[in-house]
Design a protein around this ligand. Structure first.
Ligand code: ACO
Length: 324
């Protein structure tokens, strides 16, 4: 049975940077009060990248994909599987993965979206790993991409300060060398109320509430406990200890969640990749963006053991343990 090895990664952030001060000034024009101090202290976020109106998830995804393909040294026509994790697809259908496929100029690869909100990338990576292990694909492009700015209620200060837009991607290939060692995915749909965007278009009309709504404290508690449990389980299944992990790449929602989780697992701070200060929460894009940033600056190296973790709406969570 082949292993699935990560052979390249890429990331893309829209060029417009909105600092906390700029966001606070913008919200103040609508009598909504917030501040850099509040946002930084409660979340660790200092800025976010926001896509200009009209820029779509598939466009961000394609930029990240091109970088990952170049990093892997392969052409788009070598891909036989494309998975995009997103909760902000361009359309109801076709899938964002099909749009990316067309933009890359690939024909014939299987292409589909995975919807698991902020856990989406980890879900998509585990799915691609299963395809490769089963012999149903040899070279897979896995992308997490979002334009969350489009589903935020910009009058709700408790949520609109938390998110940003972006895309991250990896290329996975069948290999005799160790690659993805273990993956574990979970969901608890009974918790949907704590984090959702419960709107849709039916009979040509928007139904429900299309904006993201969240019970922040409930999300905080569930995120920390579920991720800690998932990290222990995935390591036990792979026969490695938490101390063997070189890098932890958790979902970038909030630096307090990340620090709390790191402490709970006894993970030294210097082994935890943090980008939430620069990117804010980019949902399904957050893990591949953080992974790519740490690979490009030389922290994550070939041979390292990396734990990637996602958690988000659904409620969903999961872990992937990979030898790079
Ligand atoms: N600026 C200023 N004040 C604010 C803001 C803001 N942007 N947002 C809320 N407040 C106010 C509230 O109105 C409240 O005021 P009050 O005391 O007068 O009623 C006060 O700040 C405290 O509000 P809380 O909601 O209790 O603040 P809390 O300390 O819980 O922090 C936060 C909120 C940051 C969302 C926190 O609950 C958290 O980190 N939750 C985790 C959820 C998360 O990170 N979600 C991201 C998406 S989910 C995911 O990716 C898994």
């Amino acid at each position: 049975m082949p292993n699935a090895k990560i052979i390249g990664s890429g990331g893309y952030l829209p060029p417009r940077v909105v600092t906390n001060d700029a966001l606070a000034a913008d919200l103040a024009t609508r009598q909504i009060e917030t501040s850099d101090a509040w946002i930084t202290e409660r979340t660790g976020i200092r800025q976010r990248h926001i896509a200009d109106p009209g820029v779509t998830t598939s466009q961000l995804a394609t930029h990240a994909a091109r970088q990952a393909l170049a990093d892997a040294g392969i052409e788009a026509d070598a891909l036989d599987l494309i998975i995009v994790a997103t909760s902000t697809p361009d359309f109801i259908f076709p899938s964002t993965a099909c749009l990316v496929q067309a933009q890359l100029g690939n024909k014939g690869a299987a292409a589909f979206d995975v919807q698991a909100v902020c856990s989406g990338f980890v879900y998509a990576l585990a799915t691609a790993d299963s395809f490769i292990r089963a012999g149903r694909a040899t070279t897979a492009l896995v992308i997490g991409a979002e334009v969350f700015s489009g589903i935020l209620d910009w009058n709700d200060r408790s949520t609109c300060v938390l998110f940003g837009d972006g895309a991250g991607a990896v290329v996975l290939q069948a290999s005799d060398e160790p690659g993805i060692l273990e993956a574990q995915l979970n969901a608890d749909g009974s918790q949907m109320k704590i984090l959702h965007a419960a709107g849709n278009v039916v009979h040509g009309k928007v139904t429900g509430d299309p904006f993201l709504r969240m019970d922040g404290q409930a999300v905080f508690k569930l995120a920390v406990t579920s991720l800690a449990e998932s990290a222990k389980t995935v390591c036990a299944r792979a026969g490695v200890s938490l101390q063997d992990i070189d890098w932890m790449v958790p979902h970038q929602a909030n630096v307090r969640i990340i620090n709390f989780l790191g402490r709970k697992l006894g993970m030294p701070e210097e082994k935890v990749v943090v980008t939430v200060d620069q990117h804010a929460n980019t949902s399904a894009a957050s893990v591949p963006l953080a992974f790519d940033a740490a690979r490009r600056d030389g922290r994550i190296k070939s041979g390292d053991l990396v734990l990637m973790q996602g958690v988000g709406g659904g409620f969903t969570w999961g872990s992937v343990l990979a030898r790079i």
